[in-house]
Design a protein around this ligand. Structure first.
Ligand SMILES: Nc1ncnc2c1ncn2[C@@H]1O[C@H](COP(=O)(O)OP(=O)(O)O)[C@@H](O)[C@H]1O
Ligand SMILES: [Mg+2]
Length: 298
């Protein structure tokens, strides 16, 4: 299953949720691939450590290079996968982690521009560039997903070709949000944008209206409250969003240990050491809810 983690708003916990999920999948011994599409590369640093992320950057094994080489020279995404990632110990006896990462870099946006420039003689319009890039990205993600039990895509806050590709190929989207006065706005905006992206895709893939309708419904997503304070405003926001959107039953609590999870441990630790007891419980609940979605999608 391919899960995208998306919200146009920054600081709502997309990267945190992506990494918690990746770690919990890995502790279950399941093969999981994280694709970092955010040029801030926080997930890459969190799951590889700054040193290894820098090595990947020096060696040119980052997603911006894939974007250019994949598009212009047909290079496979497989080359850019970094295995044995994460700093949480697998609970089952395994020597290596079953967690892999395609790392991002601040050069990702520039790579999209370069790709557009390189295609400028062939492509008809701006939309056409964007489409061709996201088609190549999407096709490669679909292909590589067959080698993993789960693919998690940490989306950027911008509607880039990478974001479009992620939403097109996702079987399910998780939309984390912080429940405040503006949360409903942000969630509704990203959900409607996601539906627009899927509809564009449908128009190209299907000619018949019935098929489009069926495919549209296939965009499954769940909203996920994160860092909710114990206030009337937060409870109101969560309720309002649940009235209009599917929502997970669990919430991710605000905790110092979860905030500290961005710190890379050079020796693998347990889920409790990494995310705290509360964080581990949240990660496991999230894993169970996502597994239920997975059974529905399968
Ligand atoms: N449940 C949480 N408890 C405490 N801090 C959190 C929690 N979720 C996220 N944070 C912190 O909030 C900040 C933004 O989270 P992040 O995952 O980077 O959001 P995004 O990827 O949506 O921009 C980070 O500093 C992160 O450590
Ligand atoms: Mg992020």
């Amino acid at each position: 299953m391919i899960t995208a983690i998306a919200n146009r708003k920054g600081g709502v916990g997309k990267t945190t949720v992506t990494c918690m999920l990746a770690h919990v999948f890995a502790t279950e011994g399941r093969r999981v691939l994280v694709i970092d599409f955010d040029s801030q590369a926080n997930a890459s640093m969190l799951l590889l450590g700054v040193e290894r992320h820098n090595e990947a950057k020096e060696a040119g094994i980052t997603v911006d290079k894939f974007l250019l080489n994949g598009l212009l020279a047909g290079q496979a995404l497989d080359y850019f996968v970094l295995d044995d990632a994460g700093d949480v110990r697998a609970s089952r006896a395994r020597e290596k982690s079953s967690l892999s990462v395609v790392a991002s870099l601040d050069a990702l946006e520039a790579a999209e521009d370069d790709a557009k420039l390189a295609l400028s003689r062939e492509a008809a319009s701006y939309d056409d560039f964007q489409n061709r890039i996201s088609n190549v990205l999407g096709a490669e993600i679909r292909r590589i997903a067959a080698d993993y039990e789960h693919v998690l895509i940490d989306c950027p806050p911008s509607i880039s070709a990478a974001m479009i590709a992620a939403i097109r190929v996702a079987d399910h989207v998780v939309v984390p949000y912080v429940p405040d006065h503006l949360a409903m706005n942000g969630v509704t905006r990203v959900v409607s944008e996601m539906f627009d992206i899927r509809q564009e895709e449908n128009k190209k893939r299907f000619h018949d209206v019935v098929k489009i309708r069926r495919h549209e419904r296939a965009l499954r997503y769940h909203t996920l409250p994160n860092m909710a304070p114990n206030t009337e405003v937060a409870r109101g926001a969560i309720e309002e969003i649940a009235r209009h959107h599917p929502q997970f039953n669990m919430m991710v609590p605000r905790s110092a240990a979860i905030a500290d999870a961005f710190r890379w441990r050079s020796e693998p630790v347990t889920m409790t050491e990494k995310y705290g007891a509360e964080g581990r419980k949240a990660a496991e609940s999230l894993y169970r809810e996502l597994s239920a979605v997975e059974r529905m999608v399968a």
